[in-house]
Design a protein around this ligand. Structure first.
Ligand code: TQI
Ligand code: ZN
Ligand code: ZN
Length: 169
């Protein structure tokens, strides 16, 4: 079953648009940005919130970046596997990914020759759930279930994820 963060934090009532931006200190290619756009769209489809990219990192509601090791927020990344990414509860908006992972942007992660390959969209859909206020689900099929395996793709919201987000917004 779905869960929320303690105190059930959420983006304010009446929020119809959330903006997101990529840390300008890295130059992500369009394919990578498209993966995030696709992940946001999964949540947009089942809520009344739309997500739009902005070039103003400073002003964006959701700030996305890839970092390695200690990156200044007290939650250092740990190299290959272990923690892959983290996102803070509403309305913080920080969404960080571990640069050390073998992220799969294009192509079929299940066919990757890298045993540690991680599907970027799968992780992005999960972390956006956290950005919006969902905690972890006890249902294994849910996007918000707290385990993902290498070389696995899991990007479709499950009924439990949808009930959770629709009960929050
Ligand atoms: N990162 C953890 C996660 O996103 C970080 C974390 C632990 C967390 N507890 C939290 C974030 C509570 C918010 C609230 O769950 S992770 C998965 C999953 C991770 C894990 O790198 O371990 C995914 C990142 F759920 F599949 F295991 C993405 Cl999809
Ligand atoms: Zn971080
Ligand atoms: Zn999680």
């Amino acid at each position: 079953h779905y869960a929320y963060f303690p105190g059930r934090p959420r983006w304010p009532a009446g929020t119809t648009t959330l903006t997101y931006a990529f840390d300008p200190s890295e130059n992500l290619d369009d394919a990578t940005k498209q993966v995030f756009a696709n992940a946001f769209n999964k949540w947009a489809k089942v809520t009344t919130i739309t997500f739009t990219e902005t070039t103003s990192y400073r002003a964006a509601d959701i700030k996305i970046g890839f970092y390695s090791g200690d990156h200044g927020d007290g939650e250092p990344f740990d190299g290959v596997l272990g923690t892959l990414a983290h996102a803070f509860s509403p309305t913080d908006g920080r969404f960080h990914l571990d640069k050390a992972e073998d992220w799969v942007v294009n192509g079929d992660v299940t066919e990757s020759s890298l045993s540690n390959a991680i599907d970027l969209e799968s992780v992005a859909v999960h972390e956006i759930g956290h950005v919006l206020g969902l905690g972890h689900s006890s249902i294994e099929e849910a996007i918000m279930y707290p385990t993902i395996t290498s070389r696995t793709r899991k990007v479709e919201l499950e009924e439990d994820d949808i009930l959770g987000i629709q009960n929050l917004y």
